[in-house]
Write a protein that binds this ligand. Structure first.
Ligand code: 5AD
Ligand code: SF4
Length: 480
């Protein structure tokens, strides 16, 4: 879901797909009415950013700004940014050059930078990027209307205040670029983990969990509007913990999953991201016991070597992670696991890299998001460790990881040939409007020919798989 790395995405069709889905723009191309104001928004980075853009759309809607897909006619151009790797920030700067050109053609257009890069660079942005009008961090989106109003008067504005409470619980997100079937629900914000490579604790602040009832209400509303799948989002969902201020009772992530699963048996639940140290047996049992909680866990390992994991401050060892993987497959033999992997972290040796490769095999990941280490200013690793693995070696190790994962994904998918799955139709396949694109519980994309006039997006159908690549399953409808 991290759309900052096209080279690697080219090698991973699942990521290409998610990148395209993720290009969040507004809905309208229609000519503007007199006095009407429109915003255009692009999002980069994680799913959380895409979800935040939907919150921003709602806040701006209340302030009289409607969405547009056309940046040339927008009054306000926004870019929701990612700082996770240097490449992500370079992409944002390139886009800002494009927006500068629009501003030259259409004087008066305002440009705003949102998200993690806004938080990281703060007012420096206004010095570095002269044509940026507003800079707003992830916890300050309620202030957008005031900042935009100031910018309309020619006053540049910055709000990068990080909150300990803000969860935007009461805001009803505007679903941008929605397929009408699947939606994200943000359940918590921030991160307290302090993995040494990661900038997120600095850009998104302290961890806080959103009111469980507001999450259930959002899921219910989505279901009533025809949505059939929700993904519960957080940097570390397994540490979700909400205390009801009225009763003092707490809701754990396993309990939250059960509450959302009860909305309707036809509403599928996914979640992301899990930290191996926090995922509990209770979560695994909740998944096993509810057919509508998808059998898929994104469980980033980062490295397969215990020394590197320690330097990364991941707080688990290779053995501990393997035990967790064993436990998942023991409780749910049909569960798919995916991962995030970093190649070439500080001081990583060839033998340690080999342990990452063997971990991919051991865990039998259905897919992974794979990166080479990119030092981020201000992180514990940048302060204490030397980024001493040469770029060529990082790239070579990454390529080996990608090659192995592609092969494992292919085998994982080929093992599904002959199996029958219940899948949720999301829309037309990209290649042909004669085929549907759907997903099974394990989060695999399944392509199959339509039966004339019979189904629509949001329907569950049964499909038997007859072929597979490393990224996609191909099936045939089983007639009911
Ligand atoms: N360099 C490379 N990859 C990183 N990630 C996070 N920080 C960095 C970094 N500095 C990866 C991790 C994380 C995912 C979201 O991005 O794998 O799980
Ligand atoms: Fe998302 Fe921020 Fe992390 Fe980027 S740095 S992936 S935007 S949380």
């Amino acid at each position: 879901m991290y759309n900052d790395n096209p080279t690697i995405q080219d090698l991973n069709a699942k990521q290409i797909d998610e990148k395209k889905q993720g290009e969040v723009f507004g809905a309208e191309f229609a000519p503007k009415q007199a006095g009407e104001k429109r915003f255009y928004i692009e999002s980069y980075g994680c799913q959380m950013n895409f979800s935040d853009s939907e919150i921003v759309a709602s806040i701006l809607g209340e302030a009289g700004y409607g969405p547009t897909r056309d940046m040339e006619t927008a009054d306000l151009i926004l870019i929701n940014t990612c700082s996770i790797r240097e490449k992500a920030e370079e992409t944002v700067r390139k886009r800002l050059r494009v927006f500068d050109k629009v501003k030259e053609r259409q004087p008066g257009t305002m440009v705003g930078v949102l998200g993690c890069m806004a938080e990281r660079l703060k007012s420096k942005f206004l010095e570095e990027e002269k044509l940026v009008d507003i800079v707003v961090g992830p916890d300050a989106y309620r202030d957008l209307p005031a900042l935009v109003a100031g910018a309309e008067e020619g006053e540049k504005g910055v709000n990068v205040f990080l909150s300990r409470e803000e969860t935007y619980a009461d805001i009803n997100p505007v679903r941008l670029q929605s397929n009408g079937v699947t939606a994200f629900i943000s359940i918590m914000r921030g991160c307290d983990n302090m993995c040494s490579f990661c900038v997120v604790p600095f850009t998104r602040g302290r961890e806080r969990s959103r009111n469980a009832f507001s999450i259930v209400a959002e899921a219910t509303d989505l279901f009533d509007r025809g949505f059939r799948e929700v993904t519960l989002l957080g940097q570390n969902v397994d540490s979700y913990k909400w205390e009801n201020p009225e009763t003092g009772a707490t809701v754990s992530f396993a309990e939250l999953l059960t509450m959302v699963a009860a909305v309707d048996p036809d509403l599928r639940i996914r979640f992301s991201t899990s930290h191996p140290k926090d995922i509990t047996d209770d979560v695994l049992y909740a998944m096993r016991d509810h057919e509508n909680i998808c059998k898929y866990i994104h469980l980033p390992v980062q490295s397969g070597n215990s020394r590197i994991l320690d330097l990364m401050n991941r707080t688990y060892t290779r053995e501990w992670y393997k035990d967790k993987v064993d436990r998942i497959y023991e409780i749910m033999p049909d569960c798919a696991i995916s991962s995030d992997i970093i190649a070439g972290f500080c001081t990583e040796t060839e033998a340690e890299h080999q342990e990452t490769l063997s971990m991919i095999e051991y865990s039998n990941y259905s897919m992974s998001y794979m990166f080479f280490y990119s030092e981020r200013p201000g992180t514990p690793a940048a302060r204490k460790l030397e980024d001493d693995v040469p770029l060529e070696i990082k790239k070579r190790r990454l390529q080996e990881i990608i090659n192995l994962q592609t092969e494992i994904s292919r085998k994982h998918n080929l093992a599904d040939v002959g199996k029958t799955f219940k899948v949720l139709i999301e829309g037309d396949s990209k290649k042909s409007d004669q085929d549907w694109k759907a997903r099974n519980s394990q989060n695999k994309m399944v392509i199959f020919p339509k039966a004339a006039g019979k189904h629509r997006p949001g329907d569950y159908v049964t499909v038997t798989i007859h072929d597979a690549t490393s990224a996609t399953l191909f099936g045939k409808l089983v007639e009911a």
